[in-house]
Design a protein around this ligand. Structure first.
Ligand SMILES: Cc1cc2nc3c(=O)[nH]c(=O)nc-3n(C[C@H](O)[C@H](O)[C@H](O)COP(=O)(O)OP(=O)(O)OC[C@H]3O[C@@H](n4cnc5c(N)ncnc54)[C@H](O)[C@@H]3O)c2cc1C
Ligand code: SF4
Length: 477
């Protein structure tokens, strides 16, 4: 009888790829996890219990065929593993690196629930596609026979790029507009290199470019070109602009020099990681070197800021969060990484104002936790008389993002938006009520995840194709 290659979770412990020591990784912006060796990847994949109803798959937004590609990996059939993995995911090596797996696929792994430790699905997914790139299995995108149809995509983040991939393969002429000078959206200018190295993103953009996708960069829609013109000149328009309006802090002293927005800070750091010269970095305005840094917020953006500040050579980095560790929205894995790298978390602490201009400190009020709020998390309540000043000469506000007012900015009052300002689009088709206009990703969902943007982009691309061919059929009658 053939030897059973799977279900090894009883004898083989969960293991992640090696993590570089905090001392070494603090010195640069390279990713912190090494690659699995081939033997290790096979061994870890072989722990999968091959469930008949795989909860990992149903909790992956892309419904990746995880048990099958784990089995292929465990049996050394790497090219087939890659083909299966890329069939449902436009950027598997990116998701393998940055999905919060503990909340998605791995968080629903059955062997985790039976106490054996989840299969390391994300690390294997990364390994499969990195191996495919190394071996030349990632093929050029072949554009389909030209249909003569034109689609414009506004926003070159994961949502827009995933849709561009679907459309160009079908022979549609695709133009992607972005106000930045590089494509990739938050993959390029939000998420730091220690989570996702930039060449991993750029080689995907280059594949699309070589397939004929036209990128109009440094082009801010609403300023450099009107939405109306784009709408008029194309058969369909996809809005994939993300959310960029920073939630602000109330309190005196908030306008002082040295208080900056998280995304300005991260964008500047990512640009320097590309080798660009950035004036605000050179001047010290967006550079933590030699500074006492306080980051305000408890989400993933805050985690990226504190860890960037450590790498820039801050003298101290503190993260103020108004709830406690158990109630923070950021990933526990990233919080632990930050702590290992020397970040100090000040729990149950909220800013009520700022001292000095340039800033010298954050006036902090201490909280205790009360009853759960609508989100199920316990609400902070102020402890009277416990205020103090936390010294700081760089304060980074990382309190989340909201949509910009697109109907106003683009002078398009008919663009349908919700009361939160996100664009209203139908579930699955991603079509808005404006003729020929679709929308995907964070601008529809609010601040979300890369994997959801990819799913939306793939679905919208497919629906645009279906709509265009229906239109062509009607016109031919
Ligand atoms: C700091 C940070 C860290 C994150 N870390 C993670 C993580 O680890 N894992 C994860 O899954 N998610 C993470 N996210 C969330 C994730 O990055 C987003 O959910 C995802 O990028 C959304 O994709 P999108 O395509 O909708 O928009 P975006 O990636 O935001 O791309 C939108 C693009 O549209 C462009 N644009 C906007 N307006 C215009 C205009 N008027 N004209 C032209 N171009 C325009 C922007 O320049 C941008 O390039 C993080 C977010 C941030 C801010
Ligand atoms: S795409 Fe994300 S959620 Fe899906 S299998 Fe990969 S890491 Fe897990």
């Amino acid at each position: 009888m053939a030897k059973q290659p799977m279900l090894k979770f009883v004898n083989v412990d969960r293991d992640m790829p090696q993590k570089r020591s905090a001392e070494t990784r603090k010195e640069d912006f390279h990713e912190i996890y090494a690659e699995f060796s081939a033997t290790k990847a096979e061994e870890q994949a072989s722990r999968c219990s091959q469930c008949g109803v795989p909860y990992c798959q149903s909790h992956c937004p892309l419904h990746n065929n995880i048990p099958d590609w784990l089995r292929m990996t465990a049996t050394g059939r790497m090219k087939e593993a890659y083909e299966l993995s890329q069939a449902t995911n436009t950027f598997p090596e990116i998701c393998g690196r940055i999905c919060p797996q503990d909340r998605l696929c791995e968080g629903n792994c059955v062997i985790e629930q039976s106490g054996h430790g989840t299969v390391t699905i994300g690390a294997v997914e990364k390994y499969i596609t990195d191996t495919a790139w190394e071996n030349g299995w990632v093929e050029e995108i072949t554009p389909g026979k030209a249909t003569g149809e034109k689609v414009a995509i506004i926003g070159a983040g994961p949502g827009g790029l995933a849709a561009a991939d679907v459309l160009v393969r079908a022979g549609v002429s695709v133009t992607v507009y972005d106000r930045h000078d590089r494509a990739g959206g938050l993959l390029t200018y939000g998420i730091p290199g220690f989570k996702l190295e930039k060449d991993v993103v750029m080689r995907r953009v280059e594949l699309l470019e070589r397939a004929g996708v036209a990128f109009k960069l440094n082009c801010n829609v609403g300023e450099d070109v009107t939405f109306a013109d784009i709408h008029k000149e194309n058969d369909a328009v996809l809005i994939a602009t993300g959310v960029y309006k920073t939630r602000d802090l109330q309190g005196p002293g908030g306008g002082a020099a040295g208080i900056v927005n998280a995304l300005d800070y991260l964008t500047c750091s990512n640009r320097t990681d590309f080798g660009d010269k950035v004036a605000e970095f050179e001047s010290g305005e967006l550079n933590a070197e030699g500074k006492k840094v306080v980051v305000i917020g408890g989400g993933d953006t805050a985690m990226d800021c504190v860890r960037t500040a450590i790498r820039q050579g801050a003298t101290s980095v503190k993260c103020l969060y108004r709830r406690d560790r158990a109630n923070m929205p950021g990933s526990q894995r990233e919080t632990q990484n930050a702590e290992e790298e020397g970040v100090e978390f000040v729990w149950l602490a909220a800013p009520k104002g700022f001292a000095g201009d340039p800033v010298t400190g954050v006036m902090v009020q201490k909280n205790r936790l009360g009853a759960p709020d609508a989100s199920g998390r316990r609400s902070p309540e102020v402890i009277e008389g416990a205020d103090y000043v936390e010294e700081a000469d760089l304060v980074i506000k990382a309190l989340g993002f909201e949509p910009e007012a697109l109907p106003t900015l683009w002078n398009e009052p008919d663009l349908p938006v919700t009361r939160w300002g996100t664009v209203k689009a139908a579930f699955e088709t991603h079509k808005t009520d404006m003729d020929g206009v679709w929308a995907v990703g964070d601008i529809v969902r609010g601040a979300s995840l890369v994997v959801w943007a990819i799913r939306d982009g793939r679905e919208a691309g497919a629906n645009i194709l279906a709509t265009l061919s229906e239109r062509a059929a009607v016109a031919a009658e």
